[in-house]
Design a protein around this ligand. Structure first.
Ligand code: ZN
Ligand code: ZN
Length: 352
């Protein structure tokens, strides 16, 4: 089969021919219907280097995957060949306290998994290929009726990650509250839709790109703002001067964290999702009182079930551009140039 593999750090991935995966006991091979191209893959191929993570290349890219059950390993029950499924991406041990709650993104048994904090496409072979080996049947979530793999694929990260970040702040988003989304890319445009679908908060969105601000408006944002000199004043004015109850930063650069902090409200949440690596000088005076700062990483399997339900019922509509597997590298180049809108989903030619 064909697979888009990262062969070494600081390089473009290459499309190569490798052996078809064979499922061992308890494992499942999925025929890929879609694999989302994520901005974090760019960090993988541009910035990461040996020693930064406990795992590394070579591996097949693609950590947002959905498709159809292709082959079942011995002992797997409850799934049928041909059934459409989404792949839950962060693969933990399955038995620690967090994994038992479905929060394998925060698995606490690093010795029991080969790639702590990773999974298929992040240290192990992912879904930018014709077929993908999923190491445990529990990592597959059957798709609800009406949801196609090509739509479901980006929901497993670009949908699930903002969903988790919004969901944990639900108590701070009653009617009359404000949420600010910084960075309207693959995750950010779905964050706006998730806020719309699951809260009554006013939604403000910030992006440097005019077309991304248009996308935010189409996704349901009440107001879009360019991060210029007036951005803090404009955003605060939109909250009646009180500030934002929840800020979701999908960039994570020094400037975006500073913007989020500057528009936050007493008792609010500033949640860092983007991995640009910016820093913030935390001290007694640097934030309104009782603002909580946190990072989040991905989401839980039960939350993925909820995200897929929202999408199947039309509340989440990812803006998707499909890209043939042969052109996946160009998709990353477009993302790097800032010319990709919404999510690009890589589709093997024979999928469908
Ligand atoms: Zn991702
Ligand atoms: Zn675990």
């Amino acid at each position: 089969m064909r697979a888009l593999r990262l062969l070494e750090w600081k390089s473009d991935p290459v499309l190569v021919e490798i052996d078809d995966p064979v499922p061992g006991p308890g494992q499942v091979v999925v025929r890929i219907g879609g694999a989302g191209a994520c901005h974090s893959d760019l960090h993988l191929m541009r910035e990461f280097e040996a020693g930064l993570l406990p795992w590394g290349p070579p591996f097949t890219l693609g950590h947002e995957n959905a498709g159809w059950v292709h082959a079942l390993g011995s002992g797997v029950t409850g799934l049928d060949v041909g059934q459409p499924v989404a792949v839950y991406g962060p693969w933990g041990c399955g038995t620690c306290a967090h994994c038992l709650l479905g929060m394998e993104n925060y698995c606490e048994c690093p010795d029991l998994v080969s790639v702590p904090g990773g999974g298929g496409g992040l240290g192990l072979d992912g879904g930018m290929a014709d077929l993908m080996l999923v190491p445990a049947a529990r990592q597959l979530v059957p798709l609800p009726d009406g949801l196609e793999p090509v739509t479901a694929a980006p929901l497993t990260d670009a949908g699930l990650t903002p969903y988790h970040a919004v969901r944990r702040s639900w108590p701070k988003l009653p009617p009359g509250s404000t949420a600010v989304v910084i960075g309207v890319g693959g995750l950010g445009h779905l964050a706006v839709q998730i806020l719309r679908a699951t809260t009554a908060a006013q939604v403000l969105a910030v992006d440097t790109r005019a077309e991304a601000r248009e996308l935010a408006l189409a996704a349901g944002a009440d107001l879009v703002v360019a991060p210029d000199d007036d951005a803090v004043a404009t955003l605060r004015a939109a909250t009646g001067g009180r500030g934002a109850d929840v800020v979701l930063d999908f960039v994570g650069a020094e400037a975006t964290i500073a913007l989020g902090a500057a528009v936050s409200r007493f008792l609010g949440d500033v949640t860092l999702v983007g991995i640009a690596g910016g820093t913030f000088p935390f001290n007694f005076f640097s934030l309104p009182y009782e603002v909580s700062l946190q990072s989040t990483y991905w989401g839980s399997r039960p939350e993925l079930v909820e995200v897929l339900d929202l999408a199947a019922r039309g509340h989440l509509r990812p803006t998707v551009t499909t890209v043939p597997l042969e052109e996946a590298v160009e998709a990353y180049h477009r993302m790097e140039a800032g010319s990709a809108l919404g999510r690009q989903v890589v589709v093997p030619a024979d999928a469908g």
